[in-house]
Design a protein around this ligand. Structure first.
Ligand SMILES: O=P(O)(O)OC[C@H]1O[C@H](O)[C@H](O)[C@@H](O)[C@@H]1O
Length: 534
């Protein structure tokens, strides 16, 4: 393995100033040869610096993935630091069986899924009503994995909404819940408290506020609450009827949980059948991931491109740029999925990582980003690999000209990033404007684009529940493959704990209570805030 890294690094060095365009000149079939198609999706990675040799070396890196992948799908405890299996895939493959500790987990998964379907149907058809009539609004209260997935998907699938309106509250900032509840009627609102642990301070604080708000409007506030959690005893303490509690097991990680109960608000919005299509898309990607050869395996290739850019080329970040306004929350969702999973500094065995771990992931939908940060992507000194996502068809046939422009912009960006504009071309432009001499040079230099900037394009037929399921599962497996190659445990998240612990200790400081052990800067800031609030 180490040897492959050395060979990869040396190969990258040997490429020197090689331009991506030269790879196309040398290989007329590159566009097709460096695209991977599966299950109706096409991932074009030809506009990167990966040549045939780099591809072969990268594929060697993927050798350990096969065994680890089977270990995951068959319920081995691959999350070793929490001693847990990793079986979110079981939530979308509802057929068959998965044996864990001698027991098949699938009958319970199917039972919960059926209960979700029944409850969602009742909320949608009015047979479950609020104390003032049919449910008009659903407020999902959760954070992190209990928010980002369903919130991202609810937005992505807006054309499929035919149920009550859904809202998502996550931040402990009272502004979030205040702004959301303003204008809602407690008598026709369903509050869904989504928390795997049912201890997360933000979610519990928001849920308490929602309960008080509900209590001011209806006689039995808890009757309009549902809970999504693996902590049944805690949901009972809240007085939420067990028939409105939807549980899941500790083998579903928070950021991998939208396929089960955490997806309830989405299911209510789009309906159980479309939700099942979302699951079917995820399941199709699982089958592909589990069976396709590495060279034809979409998640494996996506991961290897990521490894090439971050660990081999040293590009610090990657931008996810969906040219689809409804995927506006996808970058935020992927930030948790990728950075909470692979943002680690030690390997599974506790030793320091010898390679950089995951990159910073960021992004915004196109074309908006073009008018904001693309300047840096085109001409800044940092190279940012761009991961474009486009759907061939939109959902507004009467606005097809918008969609055409959207796609044209996306393709133009990846072309411009690769091609750039040379000094000679820039000089010709300035000459045409009548400039001469030193001023011509100066102005031309500002208009040079270095080009040779890598990008990939994921092309889907249309954004539907099914294709969204495929996309989410694709990225989940990418994270897994990168984690395996780097030797990381992608399924724990110890890095979020320290700040949580300290927040509980800082709160008394703000209230002027004795709170020993804080540093001078924190004490100083707390004193200023106390004074300002006095
Ligand atoms: O679902 P919960 O138990 O409320 O957890 C919500 C989130 O908070 C934690 O801090 C973790 O970082 C996330 O992985 C998790 O999704």
């Amino acid at each position: 393995m180490t040897d492959i890294w050395t060979r990869l690094t040396e190969h990258r060095k040997a490429q020197g100033a090689l331009r991506i365009e030269a790879l196309f000149q040398a290989d007329p079939d590159r566009a097709a040869g460096f695209s991977t198609s599966a299950e109706g999706l096409v991932f074009d990675w030809s506009k990167t610096g990966i040549d045939a040799k780099a591809r072969d070396l990268l594929l060697e890196l993927a050798a350990p993935v096969t065994a680890r992948r089977e270990a995951m799908f068959t319920g081995e405890r691959i999350n070793e630091t929490e001693d847990r299996a990793v079986l979110h895939t079981a939530l979308r493959n509802l057929e068959g069986s998965v044996i864990l500790d001698g027991e098949d987990v699938m009958p319970e998964v199917r039972r919960t899924h059926e209960r979700m379907r029944a409850f969602a149907t009742q909320v949608r058809d009015g047979s479950f009503a609020g104390q003032g009539g049919r449910i008009t609004d659903v407020v999902n209260i959760g954070i992190g994995g209990s928010d980002l997935g369903p919130a991202m998907a609810a937005r992505a699938l807006a054309p499929f909404h035919d149920g009550p309106r859904v809202h998502f509250v996550s931040n402990v900032d009272g502004a979030d819940i205040a702004d959301t509840l303003k204008g809602l009627d407690p008598a026709t609102t369903l509050v869904v408290v989504a928390s795997k642990t049912f201890t997360t301070i933000e979610t519990m604080t928001n849920a308490r506020t929602a309960l008080d708000w509900m209590a001011a409007g209806v006689a039995d506030p808890a009757a309009q609450f549902a809970a999504l959690s693996s902590a049944a005893e805690r949901t009972a303490e809240w007085g939420i009827e067990p028939n409105r509690v939807f549980g899941f097991e500790d083998w579903v990680g928070g950021r991998y949980s939208m396929w089960g109960p955490i997806g309830l608000s989405l299911m209510i919005a789009i309906g159980p059948d479309d939700f099942d299509r979302f699951l079917a898309g995820g399941a199709a990607m699982d089958r592909h991931f589990r069976s396709a050869k590495p060279a034809e395996n979409l998640p494996v290739i996506l991961a290897l491109v990521g490894i090439w850019h971050h660990q081999v080329c040293g590009y610090a970040t990657r931008a996810v740029l969906p040219y689809d306004n409804r995927l506006a929350r996808l970058p935020a969702y992927l930030q948790q999925l990728e950075m909470e999973s692979n943002g680690k500094r030690v390997a599974m065995d506790g030793s320091d990582l010898s390679l950089p771990s995951g990159p910073v992931v960021w992004g915004e939908p196109g074309t908006n980003g073009q008018h904001a940060f693309y300047q840096l992507i085109h001409q800044g000194t940092a190279v940012v690999p761009c991961e474009f996502i486009i759907a061939a068809r939109g959902h507004e046939p009467e606005l097809a000209h918008h969609h055409l422009l959207l796609i044209a912009n996306c393709l133009a960006q990846s072309e411009a990033l690769m091609r750039g504009r040379s000094l000679d071309e820039a000089r010709a432009l300035m000459q045409a404007k009548g400039l001469t001499g030193a001023e011509l040079d100066r102005q031309a230099r500002h208009r040079v684009f270095p080009g040779n900037r890598p990008s990939t394009t994921l092309l889907i037929p249309q954004l539907t529940p099914y294709t969204l399921g495929q996309i989410v599962a694709l990225y989940e497996h990418r994270v897994f493959v990168e984690g395996v190659i780097l030797g990381i445990n992608s399924f724990d998240q110890w890095g979020v704990e320290l700040g949580k612990e300290l927040a509980l200790k800082v709160a008394p400081l703000l209230e002027g209570k004795p709170a020993p052990g804080h540093d001078p800067s924190t004490r100083h800031l707390a004193a200023l805030i106390r004074d300002a609030r006095a």
